[in-house]
Write a protein that binds this ligand. Sequence first.
Ligand code: SF4
Ligand code: SF4
Length: 361
Amino acid sequence: MNLFGQISMGIDAALGLFGRRKPVNVMVSITDNCCSRCNYCQIPDQGRPDLSTAQWKDLFSQMSEAGTRRIGVWGGEPLMRNDITELCAYARELGMYVSLDSNGYILPAKPEILTNIDHLVLAYDGPEKAHDSNREEGSHAKVTRAMETASGKVRLWTITVLTRHNMNHLDHIMETALKYGFQTTFQSLHHNEKLGGDTSGMMPSDEEYRNVYRKLLTLKNNGAPVANSTRYLKSLAKWPDYSTTRLTEKFHGVKCRAGKMYCNIDADGKVYPCSLLIGLYPSSLNALDTGFQKAFNNTLELPCQACTASCYTEYNYLYSLQPGVALQWNRAVRETDRMMKANQHSIKHVVPGESSGNQHS
Ligand code: SF4
Ligand code: SF4
């Protein structure tokens, strides 16, 4: 996002604090379909038919009219859609910043997507055994090919779901980030009961989760490529019970801004305050029936005020104008651009396990 976009987002956030609601940021579950069957997810089992290209374009136009400046496209696997490049290009024509989440499987076959989005977030759960244990056999090889395809060509971040399989492999993840030129983000297991799969045997104990977040904080403070804010990492290290992902009361020091500054539109067109409430928010309206603005207007009543989700917690800080988080977010984006440029001509070869030169604990 350029300086003008950042200033506009800041003005939106300031007006939001004075009560103006605007869906500045919309997460778009663009399909249920997925080419993977990760152990902790049952989104693909929903199996609902995709909305058409024309329906999504119309919804994107309505979002733009409602004031949306950024969309985060996810699913399912967005690249399963044959029209995904066309849809992302359309959203950018409308002036929106487009971020896309992917498991990377199909990316080498669709490299054209990289010039039609602003930011790619790959699902990466660490070294081969850990990644494949979290997801499915062979998935590590596929996301590695995706990193090779995307490296140096787009702003690249990864999202790592922390489990017992990978919680002791943070150094490997940092070394891979330096090799391919990306910033990392981390997340505890948090799919809700409608979308989550079987996490038995994967869930770290509360103390193990606390230790991972403390270690991430140390790594970030020592200059490792961690995009999560220190405030989020500190707060998550104090989360009372990681098997409970949502709390009714404020926990992170700010109010939740879901339904005021951001929302999630599901693969069937229903609009929710956020993706954690998909299927758990009985009054959600379908934007195909009511129009996007009316469906967004209906997302104000929140059943919770804090959750473990990294993206939403960071949005809540940013839309509450927390200067430390905004500065760190800006720095992470600038560092991503620097790493991307450094990887445009060559890929550094770092053997996993060897020190890369950056300070790791
Ligand atoms: S976590 Fe993502 S990649 Fe894995 S099955 Fe669910 S939607 Fe597909
Ligand atoms: S705290 Fe906000 S973002 Fe988190 S689950 Fe509740 S409504 Fe969604």
